[in-house]
Design a protein around this ligand. Structure first.
Ligand code: ATP
Ligand code: MG
Length: 424
């Protein structure tokens, strides 16, 4: 992208609505913002398009960095363009960032800042700085490029354009992975999404960082005491990774880099995660939960990553189901069981169906009857319902429940007999 000095450069960003950059710049002038630049995905993907003719991906947001107050800028944007067009969604005063939409385009505005990590993986303290200095705090050279919107000059101190040309991902500095281990997961996501390679040097950084474990928190401590870079922020990165089409390549990258050790040693050594996640998508259950259901302690990991409480409970229940079925298998008594016996085994436990599905995904050896129960047997109903019984003179009360259960058992037996006849 060469300097043009013109304002008609919206066509340079084919994934942005025409005129939007011009509008943003006009308001930045009115708000006396000293400098403003585009950074992040929109610029990176545009450079990839220019250099490799690779189609633009759906981007998440337009990232802007400014030398000035994002909050003030957001207020002026809202005054000038009106609240119909501008919707301020989130103001983070501590980090001086604002998330807003203009005509439904999600825009992330950050004050140019340097970051200081008091301890690795903790949240950093920030200090205002120039846009050039800001680029040092970023994750990879391909993401540390800015386009000054006034001069239309490309600021690329770490040769990110070269990295894009060579399709490589490389950390900005040697302490990058230690400072913020979520960058390792980001690297895996970008490598798969963009079809780029992590450089051997950066892979060495990942491996040596994890081996030396520079973080205060260890697995012997409580899950709640893990720092954000090993808990909430890591979860958010995994969620993003699971949402993209190439999740399989991304997780494979992490495993090749020994980076699943950041989550759990059993996951690092596990060869069945693809199957579990595929099944989770197929059965409509959380792929994240299915993935971590084979950790040495899924409950501990789920709590450390601060998964929503209901998902944590499902994982705990899924573990109970898995255990139950392991004992059942060991007993050897299920050999000649049909739907009737399986229903009697499963239903009294009143397990949550989502937890049952996670157990199915986890690949227990008795998954088939559990799957059939979920897909077919649990749905067999008695032909008569409570209303019919009442109409036939039954009195309201628990006897009706017992009768309905008996009638359903007859239907299950009938199904079983029919199935046996057709199978023979
Ligand atoms: P996408 O197309 O997915 O939005 P993106 O590169 O814009 O890609 P964002 O998550 O929007 O990704 O982040 C915007 C920019 O912020 C990144 O390009 C990167 O420069 C910086 N960034 C985000 N997360 C980190 C991090 N953990 N460490 C350092 N820099 C980060
Ligand atoms: Mg972005």
């Amino acid at each position: 992208m060469k300097s043009s000095g013109h304002l008609e450069f919206d066509k340079e960003f084919p994934n942005l609505k025409k005129g939007i950059i011009k509008v943003i710049l006009e308001v930045a002038n009115q708000a006396c913002i000293k400098r403003i630049a585009i950074v992040g995905g929109v610029l990176r993907d545009k450079l990839i398009l220019d250099l490799h003719k690779q189609p633009l991906k759906n981007f998440q947001d337009l990232d802007l960095v400014i030398e000035g107050s994002p909050e003030k800028f957001a207020r002026v944007l809202s005054e000038k363009l009106g609240t119909c067009r501008v919707n301020i969604k989130k103001i983070n005063a501590a980090y001086q960032t604002v998330e807003l939409t203009i005509d439904n385009l999600l825009i992330d505005i950050a004050r140019a800042r340097t970051e200081k990590y008091s301890k690795p993986a903790e949240n950093p303290s920030i200090f205002p700085c120039s846009i050039e200095e800001d680029l040092y705090r970023r994750d990879f050279t391909i993401n540390s490029i800015a386009l000054d919107l006034r001069t239309f000059e490309l600021l690329d101190p770490y040769k990110g354009s070269n990295a894009i040309k060579n399709r490589i991902i490389t950390f900005i500095h040697s302490g990058s992975a230690a400072e913020d281990p979520t960058r390792i997961f980001r690297a895996a996501r970008y490598a798969s999404r963009l079809d780029f390679e992590m450089t051997p040097e950066s892979i060495r950084q990942i491996k040596s960082t994890i081996t030396s474990w520079p973080w205060d928190w260890t697995f012997s401590q409580t899950p709640e005491s893990a720092p954000p870079g090993l808990s909430t922020r890591l979860r958010m990165e995994i969620e993003l990774l699971m949402k993209q089409d190439k999740w399989q390549t991304a997780i494979q990258n992490l495993q090749n880099w020994q980076a699943l050790l950041l989550l759990d040693k059993d996951l690092q050594n596990d060869n069945n995660w693809k199957r579990r996640i595929h099944w989770a998508f197929r059965l409509g259950v959380s792929p994240f939960s299915a993935f971590i259901s084979k950790a040495s302690s899924p409950a501990f990991l789920a709590s450390r990553l601060q998964l929503p409480l209901n998902e944590q409970h499902l994982l705990i229940e899924a573990q109970k189901i898995i255990k139950h079925f392991q004992i059942l298998e060991f007993s050897g008594k299920t050999k000649d069981w049909g739907p009737y016996e399986w229903c009697n085994e499963i239903e009294p436990n009143k397990w949550n169906k989502q937890a049952i599905l996670i157990a199915i995904c986890s690949g227990i050896s008795l998954w088939q009857p559990l799957f059939r129960w979920w897909g077919k047997w649990s749905r067999i109903k008695s032909k008569t319902n409570a209303k019919d019984l009442l109409a036939n003179g039954w009195e309201a009360g628990p006897a009706i429940g017992r009768e309905l259960k008996r009638l359903r058992e007859i239907e299950i037996r009938n199904y079983q007999n029919k199935k046996q006849t057709s199978d023979n």
